[in-house]
Design a protein around this ligand. Structure first.
Ligand SMILES: C[S@@+](CC[C@H](N)C(=O)[O-])C[C@H]1O[C@@H](n2cnc3c(N)ncnc32)[C@H](O)[C@@H]1O
Length: 265
């Protein structure tokens, strides 16, 4: 896990920088502020290492000239098109029932944003200190947006390892309607179609951020505790990927690039 990171920002953001330095220090990440004159594409090309950036768009990550941020406002057009019928995710998670749902692998929170928009009450769990900080910033921005505010209200964020979080809920017999899992998957899956195997830019950066401790955690250990507390566990997989933890699901919904495997109680 990243324990030190540089933050590029101009002097006008000093107060926010101090806030993020203290918050991330409490989560075990030392942030070194590099004061710069101007944050632009040229600067980012010249500084390809993984770093945080702060500007008028809020807090985001950069690496190799790419930018990554839980872009909840950027998802608005997708949310406007989405419906309970058109979204496989909505059918797999039975969003029409307005379930209480735990998304145990938050990432950028885009799937959860869609699920909350379509009616779910979401607890979003992320264990990466930088990602959870980015998610908190995205949620704070979303609560100020007229279109996203109600949706953001239905999302609560938890900074924790989901295995611990789910196991604690098992011990406390705290049940939930749905647990949703979308663990990392090696970038090149069994699908021979190169185009489909190439993850989007944001996912590439996510892989860069998360893959620094050698072996990728594929999330197999989350399935068992999830099944103990949820009426339904839904797992997102690349279309041709093996089943999570080698457990055959009760039902599958197949999309073009991914599929949803469901396990019922
Ligand atoms: C593929 S991403 C999820 C993408 C997400 N569905 C979205 O819409 O943006 C997987 C995320 O799950 C997180 N994760 C994996 N295992 C976890 C665990 N045991 N506890 C908490 N978070 C975990 C990773 O840090 C990563 O951010």
């Amino acid at each position: 896990m990243v324990s030190e990171i540089r933050l590029f920002a101009t002097a006008q953001y000093a107060a926010q920088i101090q806030f993020y330095q203290e918050l991330l220090a409490s989560r075990g990440v030392t942030v070194e502020w590099v004061e710069i004159e101007q944050l632009n594409a040229r600067f980012l090309r010249q500084h390809p290492e993984l770093a945080l950036c702060l500007d008028q768009d809020g807090l985001w990550l950069s690496a190799e000239g790419m930018k990554m941020q839980p872009d909840w406002r950027g998802e608005i057009s997708r949310l406007k098109r989405a419906s309970l019928k058109s979204e496989l995710l909505a059918r797999a998670c039975q969003l029409a029932e307005k379930p209480k749902l735990i998304d145990a692998t938050a990432g950028l929170g885009h799937d959860s944003l869609l699920m909350a928009h379509l009616g779910a009450e979401v607890i979003l769990v992320e264990r990466h200190p930088i990602l959870v900080t980015l998610l908190e910033a995205a949620k704070a921005q979303a609560t100020l947006d007229p279109f996203l505010a109600d949706t953001a209200e239905r999302i609560s964020l938890v900074y924790a390892d989901s295995q611990d979080y789910l196991e604690q809920r098992v011990r406390e017999q705290q049940e939930v309607d749905v647990v949703y899992l979308d663990p990392m998957f090696p970038q090149r899956d069994q699908n021979s179609n190169k185009k489909q195997a190439l993850v989007k830019k944001q996912m590439q950066l996510l892989h860069l951020l998360l893959a620094d401790d050698g072996q990728m955690d594929l999330g197999e250990q989350l399935l068992a505790p999830a099944r103990q507390i949820a009426k339904r566990v839904v797992v997102k997989r690349p279309r041709l990927a093996v089943h999570l933890d080698d457990v055959t699901p009760d039902h599958q919904w197949l999309g073009d690039a991914c599929r949803f495997d469901a396990y019922f109680k």
